[in-house]
Design a protein around this ligand. Sequence first.
Ligand SMILES: C[S@@+](CC[C@H](N)C(=O)[O-])C[C@H]1O[C@@H](n2cnc3c(N)ncnc32)[C@H](O)[C@@H]1O
Length: 227
Amino acid sequence: MIKKSPKDLVPMFFNDTSNSYDKIVNYTTFGKDSFWKHKILEQLSAEKTVLDLACGTGILTKQIAEKLPHAEIMGVDVTKNYLEKAKEKLISFQKVSFVNQDAEKLDLGKKFDCITASYLPKYCISDVLVKNCINHLNDGGKMVLHDFTYPKNKLVQKLWDFYFKVLYLIGFFIPNWKQVFLDLPNLIKTTNWVEDYKETMKNYGLKIHTQDLTWGSSTIIVGTKIV
Ligand SMILES: C[S@@+](CC[C@H](N)C(=O)[O-])C[C@H]1O[C@@H](n2cnc3c(N)ncnc32)[C@H](O)[C@@H]1O
């Protein structure tokens, strides 16, 4: 069997799941997705331009637009179905635009005060994504990366493993999500995204700060482009 790379999983996970994504991410994280997005939003204060990479259905994009009503916000995603949902959700937000692009080939011709990315880092090569973000960041701007992590505590690991076994069984009743519930735990357990991105961001001269959330089941890394 050919081993799937994280990037290969993107179309498998996202081509047929946009209609139910908002409900699934809320229920399967027991509402923690909202808490994690709240922690991302805490990093924003008075930015005038924000890029939300891998914006998906626009959950975070909308929250950014509500927090910073005067900011120009752009959402980018590689999956067209997800982007369509985001466009529907933010139709009344005049200062929000969307672009269908691969974050690893990012070329927007403009720079931003902040770049957010929730649930993207594990699918990308850190060196490529960080370099692209730096090229799209104003001096003094920051990138806020968030994704799942495998908890370090042994007891929490047991609960986490058990929970994904349950999700796998639930997947038999939600066919579009079966592949996600099957492959996602292995991806989270094998990715080294936190260490990879920390090292890459340091190498590119960013000042970094890390926040572990909810018993180590997700992490935020903030990197600031020092002037
Ligand atoms: C789990 S969804 C997260 C959506 C949104 N950030 C959120 O937090 O609700 C992951 C998204 O990442 C997008 N994605 C994955 N790899 C990407 C890439 N290389 N460039 C742009 N989008 C990507 C997928 O298309 C999908 O919409």
